[in-house]
Design a protein around this ligand. Sequence first.
Ligand code: IMP
Length: 199
Amino acid sequence: MKAVLASHNKKKMSEMRAILAGIDVEILSQADVGVDLEPEETGTTFEENARIKAKAIMEATGLPAIADDSGLMVDALDGAPGVYSARYGHEGLDDAGRWQLLLKNMEGQTNRACRYVSVICCAFPDGTELMARGECHGQVAEIPRGDGGFGYDPVFWLPELGKSMAELSPEEKNRISHRGKALGVFKEEWEKKRNGTDQ
Ligand code: IMP
């Protein structure tokens, strides 16, 4: 059995591959199957966008496609940047530009609670799908720390660890992250579906 990761984000894909290790499936990238498609994320929820990406790549390849739609939700900003995390601020900002904008928008805020959300959708050629969600709670840091991970990780503070997400090793991050949790649920659902199908 083969499945394609519906993503162009190399760091996200490397986390997904590491977390999915051990699952009974050959994981391919879009580059492996020669599909360059990058569907427009027109949904207003993580679930909608994960489904849009997974279905488009499944339809283009004829293989099950696994998509992650994820983002950072900040309580004091009414859940922003949320589904728009990858596009926060004006076009042309890189990851550092986006977290710098976030720190600016959080100036003077005492409520710094935030969470990462990841929704995994796997779309199958028979029209069925698997959906799983994971969350990781933290605080928006006052200053960036660390250079691991990607995206907002330098400013995602984990009070119980006394570290930012960017200060964790890849293994530590995958153990506690939104993506690790969502893919953990997804792996269980995948095995159940496979066992049901195989009977
Ligand atoms: P997507 O490709 O639309 O799902 O965009 C996800 C965006 O959310 C990324 O580009 C990051 O800005 C942010 N994000 C999601 N997961 C993480 C993470 O694990 N660390 C840091 N930022 C993340």
